[in-house]
Design a protein around this ligand. Structure first.
Ligand SMILES: Cc1cc2nc3c(=O)[nH]c(=O)nc-3n(C[C@H](O)[C@H](O)[C@H](O)COP(=O)(O)O)c2cc1C
Length: 181
């Protein structure tokens, strides 16, 4: 089986979670992790599992405007946040999803967001899940959030939880491919 984790990330949290999810998935399939602007145009239809994740920006998926403003918004005195390469200008998950045609494969969505009620914080993963479904992707687990504190640091245990989520996802994908194909 072959899986792909696609992500975008401004300050590294979502990249770290994407890598941990991929680590968990590795037990069940060959897996690759790619930034959304580096995914080849061909071959997605052959995947056994597509996992897509983004940071939550203004309650949803990042947009060019929210990416552009992020370095200023987050550069508080004493902040140790480091911008990922070209993160404020390169296209991300929203633009990549909008560029795709029908995809009859299985998938899952995740985000990172501030700890708190999802009704208040929003969840990029819901928008991602909606776009994936619209493309024809069968979501095999509900959208999942991995949480940060108000200083944009992943909460303790979230990387391990992402790895465990990846393990469960692989088990679910393997079980479905055994029963349905
Ligand atoms: C411009 C901007 C808008 C944000 N809006 C939200 C939001 O609406 N809800 C939320 O929970 N977190 C919000 N956050 C926090 C990020 O989702 C969170 O820090 C995330 O882990 C960052 O991931 P990254 O390091 O991969 O960029 C926002 C961050 C930025 C920079």
């Amino acid at each position: 089986m072959h899986g792909l984790v696609v992500y975008e990330s401004m300050f590294g949290n979502t990249r770290q979670i994407a890598e941990a999810v991929a680590d968990g998935l590795k037990g069940g399939m060959d897996i690759e992790v790619l930034h959304a602007d580096s995914v080849p145009g061909e071959g997605l239809g052959d995947l056994d599992l597509l996992v897509v994740g983004a940071p939550t920006h203004v309650r949803g998926m990042p947009r060019p405007g929210t990416r552009k403003g992020a370095p200023d918004n987050m550069s508080r005195p004493g902040s140790s946040l480091v911008l990922e390469p070209e993160a404020d200008s390169r296209p991300g998950v929203r633009e990549w999803l909008a560029s795709l045609d029908d995809l009859r494969i299985r998938g899952a969505a995740f985000d990172t967001r501030i700890k708190g009620s999802a009704t208040l914080t929003g969840q990029a993963s819901r928008g991602i899940a909606r776009s994936l479904k619209h493309l024809g992707v069968e979501l095999i687990v509900p959208p999942e959030s991995f949480l940060v504190d108000k200083k944009t640091r992943l909460l303790p245990g979230e990387v391990d939880r992402a790895r465990a989520w990846g393990v469960q996802l692989a088990e679910s994908a393997v079980a479905r491919s055994a029963t349905k194909s």
